[in-house]
Design a protein around this ligand. Structure first.
Ligand SMILES: NC(=O)C1=CN([C@@H]2O[C@H](COP(=O)(O)OP(=O)(O)OC[C@H]3O[C@@H](n4cnc5c(N)ncnc54)[C@H](O)[C@@H]3O)[C@@H](O)[C@H]2O)C=CC1
Ligand SMILES: O=C(CO)COP(=O)(O)O
Length: 334
């Protein structure tokens, strides 16, 4: 590694490791924090992360550390810890880095907080941004072209700092200042990807999957608009773009979880023994709860929650959605 790393990555799961890999692709030094000590040794000694990103040979510019304090001198941190663990990891983050780029896609169970709300409480002085979009980790790590939304809470001044740090030949960020929209797109699409996996597992066909994508997007819009997101953000990479990707591919962990549910497994069976996360499983209950509390119709997300909770079978969930009263597609009468 040449020189001190300006950019650090917090979390060495598939996505954190892939981000480190693309950022190091131009020779930049990148400091990657892993929670698992054996992963720190493996990455530094063998240039591999067999647990979370098998198949990738990691760039020489990546240095792994198990000590969060080592990140103090980085100007910017990409925070890639799963949503339910974010608050705990941020509590131990050293003072120093000015920009925190939040990369997890989820809503915190219990509190209902989006990731930027969690981070604002845990690290009050930081400037927050959200990186989200259609980004399968193994493709990004392999250097395949990828575009993301980079929503900057610090507006254009923050974008001017972050865009050169984050963009690479194969990673193209687009500017937004809509943090809430970027967060809601990623969190809600994970739940909808489970629903599309269920359609696959039940063998309901491609018409049904396209219908779920379109009606799921209507749910994402209703939920997002009620919380201050902008419609055009949700129509972009971090919303519709990511929804289409994860609802159409068995590379998605959320989609494959849904497939297993559709084939009759329980959530516990489908998730047993997995080191990797399917964020939609944690987000579905809190999303359904927030929607019910705020009177926002989200029948697909709610059905996913009830299916995960074992309150109904996959076939019953599909039957319930099909039996809903006929209504106007865009609201209004009839
Ligand atoms: N894998 C992908 O293609 C993409 C993932 N994401 C998002 O990135 C976030 C991280 O996902 P992945 O990197 O895929 O994770 P992963 O599924 O590859 O790995 C699990 C991660 O959880 C961490 N973890 C487990 N228990 C923990 C604990 N108690 N405290 C703190 N961390 C713990 C592990 O250290 C590991 O980093 C998720 O929110 C995911 O939705 C976003 C875009 C793409
Ligand atoms: O967010 C992702 C791609 O954009 C990854 O999706 P899964 O978490 O469902 O694998």
């Amino acid at each position: 590694m040449s020189g001190a790393a300006v950019i650090g990555v917090v979390g060495a799961g598939a996505w954190g490791t892939a981000l480190a890999q693309v950022l190091a692709s131009d020779g930049s030094p990148v400091l990657l924090w892993a929670r698992e000590p054996e992963l720190v040794s493996e990455i530094n000694a063998t240039r591999r992360n067999r647990l979370f990103l098998p198949g990738a040979e990691l760039a020489p510019g990546i240095a792994a550390t198990g000590t969060l304090a080592d990140l103090a001198s980085c100007a910017a941190l990409l925070v890639v810890v799963p949503a339910q663990f974010l608050a705990r990891v941020l509590a131990d983050l050293p003072a120093g880095p000015r920009d925190l780029v939040l990369c997890a896609k989820g809503i915190e169970a219990g509190s209902g907080r989006l990731m930027a709300e969690v981070a604002a409480a845990a690290v009050p002085g930081a400037e927050l941004a959200v990186l989200s979009g259609p980004t399968f980790a193994h493709e990004v790590a392999a250097g395949l072209p990828t575009a993301v939304t980079l929503a900057c809470g610090g507006g254009e001044a923050q974008w001017q700092r972050l865009a050169p740090l984050i963009s690479r030949k194969t990673l193209r960020p687009y500017y937004s200042d809509d943090l809430i929209g970027a967060e809601i797109g990623g969190a809600v699409k994970n739940v909808l990807a489970i629903a599309c996996g269920v359609v696959e597992g039940l063998g309901l066909g491609q018409n049904a999957r396209a219908a779920l994508i379109a009606r799921g997007y209507a749910e994402m819009l209703r939920f997002g608009l009620a919380r201050g997101a902008r419609a055009e953000t949700l129509a972009g990479l971090c919303g519709l773009g990511d929804l289409v990707l994860t609802c159409s591919s068995a590379s998605s962990r959320n989609f494959t979880l849904g497939q297993a549910l559709g084939q009759g497994q329980s959530a516990a069976e489908a998730l047993a023994g997995k080191a990797s996360v399917a964020e939609g499983a944690s987000t579905a209950p809190v999303l359904a709860e927030l929607a019910a509390r705020d009177g926002i119709a989200m029948p697909i997300a709610t059905a996913v929650h009830r299916l995960l909770a074992g309150e109904l079978s996959a076939a019953e969930a599909a039957a319930e959605l099909l039996a809903r009263p006929l209504r106007a597609e865009q609201g209004g009468s009839p």
